[in-house]
Design a protein around this ligand. Structure first.
Ligand code: DQA
Length: 149
């Protein structure tokens, strides 16, 4: 299985950014951590991070025909972006939404997620482990849909 892991705005600032919420590890640490776990699960990965909404739309569209699933932490665009929701719907790839922090216990404006309508699952508040859980969810989803063929 080939999975694209997309991270949205300010996640390149992991380690510096609000460490009491997001921890002290960097974006590079996150990529290495996911790569190690994915290898053990026999999954191949691609990574993309951008601070720009249109770039994120482009990379989701580009995943069509190249990847079997998407893991996305849309960061602040979770709470604002219909364009990202539409892009995930457009490609039709199984997608999991991940948040490092537990958005459900944070500010009111973080309670809205546009992309949630189009994803097979949401994992929040589990730190970097949430991305590994998302890989397992995509694997289970793929096995489930194979059984139904
Ligand atoms: C986040 C939560 C969002 O509300 C926030 O805007 C982020 C990161 C998380 O991973 O916990 O940038 O998606």
């Amino acid at each position: 299985m080939k999975i694209l892991i997309i991270n949205g705005p300010n996640l390149n600032m992991l380690g510096i950014r609000e460490p009491e919420i997001y921890g002290r590890k960097t974006y590079q640490d996150l990529v290495h951590y996911i790569e190690g776990a994915a290898e053990a699960l026999d999954v191949s990965t691609g990574f993309y991070q951008s601070n720009h909404e249109g770039d994120l739309v482009d990379v989701i569209q580009d995943a069509y025909g190249k990847y079997d699933g998407i893991i996305i932490n849309p960061a602040a665009y979770t709470h604002t972006s219909v364009a990202l929701l539409d892009a995930v719907k457009a490609v039709g790839l199984p997608t999991v939404e991940v948040h490092i922090s537990d958005v459900s216990t944070r500010e009111e404006f973080r309670q809205v997620s546009y992309i949630r309508q189009a994803v097979i699952g949401t994992i929040a508040g589990k730190g970097f482990d949430g991305y590994v859980e998302a890989i397992k969810l995509l694997l289970a989803h793929e096995n489930g849909s194979e059984e139904h063929q």
